[in-house]
Design a protein around this ligand. Sequence first.
Ligand SMILES: CC(C)(COP(=O)(O)OP(=O)(O)OC[C@H]1O[C@@H](n2cnc3c(N)ncnc32)[C@H](O)[C@@H]1OP(=O)(O)O)[C@@H](O)C(=O)NCCC(=O)NCCS
Length: 329
Amino acid sequence: MTSRVAVGIAGTGSYAPERVLTNHYFEKLVDTSDEWIVQRTGIKERRFAAPEQATSDLCVIAAQRALEAAKLDANDLDLIILGTLTPDFLLPASSCLIQHALGAKRAGAFDVGAACTGFLTALHTGEAFIAAGRAKHVLVIGAECLSRFLDMTDRSSCILFGDGAGAAVLAPLSECKRGEILRTSLGADGSSFDVIHMVAGGSRNPPSAGSVERGEHFIRLRGREVFRFAVHKMAELIEHMAEGHDQSEISLVVPHQVNQRIIESAVDRLGWSMDKVFVNIEQYGNTSAATVPMAFDEAVRSGRIEQGKLVIFCAFGAGLTWGGTLLRW
Ligand SMILES: CC(C)(COP(=O)(O)OP(=O)(O)OC[C@H]1O[C@@H](n2cnc3c(N)ncnc32)[C@H](O)[C@@H]1OP(=O)(O)O)[C@@H](O)C(=O)NCCC(=O)NCCS
């Protein structure tokens, strides 16, 4: 048996589409207000992709930025893994379109479907490939064009989401010298599959004129139920990732940007300070699989992470799925 290769993060990148939609935009569409949205979610604005942009287009820009930060070429990549719930097409995988656009001629490519846990699922899969000696450089991405699947007449969901992409290039720690992935965890509970759900468009309810008329291709959620689950799960994930470490060793927690109140309640439950938690939901809303890598890239580029200290990622979402990561920067 070969020994495990330690894996690090060689570079990160992100991209948010240019079009900014403030809460006032939604005041014209549904019975809501800027005040309600800010108070209940922390969101002030979000980005929507341009009509000609799809998920893979956002990914390519984020990936190019991550490759540049890693000082690697697309041809160095062995594998591309994309976490998304809004691929360009049901068939083929969007990671193949990214592979082609980047010119990553040597890379295999596949998508993972784990909703808001998509990036962490891609990250942990990429880490496992390198750790097992099956790949050297893996590009992992979390990205969404959620704006295409929002019911703009449903005030309880349309105000929550935005579009964006975040990427990281993984490499052996001996090469990149930072971002060692120390601990990973993934979980699922399919008994609650319909709490956050797109009813039609797949093999159980193929798309039809009727399904479109009934709005079954839109994202539906039971927000209050998600809220309760999310506070508990976020606190549990952070606690699990931090196990065996003193709080002073932790530089930053980068949580799924689901709702400011969910994040604050979870952190409060742990008795931690919000100073250790990175939040940018105000600007981008919930971009599902993209929230953690977008926030992490922003934290890295703005120098928020102390060298040699620990970083925790945590995410959860439809499935239900959840995941946590502990790394040393
Ligand atoms: C959706 C969410 C913001 C709602 O906040 P909340 O404090 O739980 O609010 P509630 O659902 O209890 O609704 C309170 C009232 O506000 C109303 N409301 C919902 N959306 C509203 C909006 N955009 N503007 C104004 N009022 C709104 C509800 O209809 C309800 O009215 P009622 O009491 O007359 O029925 C919150 O539950 C949440 O963020 N949940 C998780 C979201 C999620 O699932 N994300 C994706 C998974 S990662």
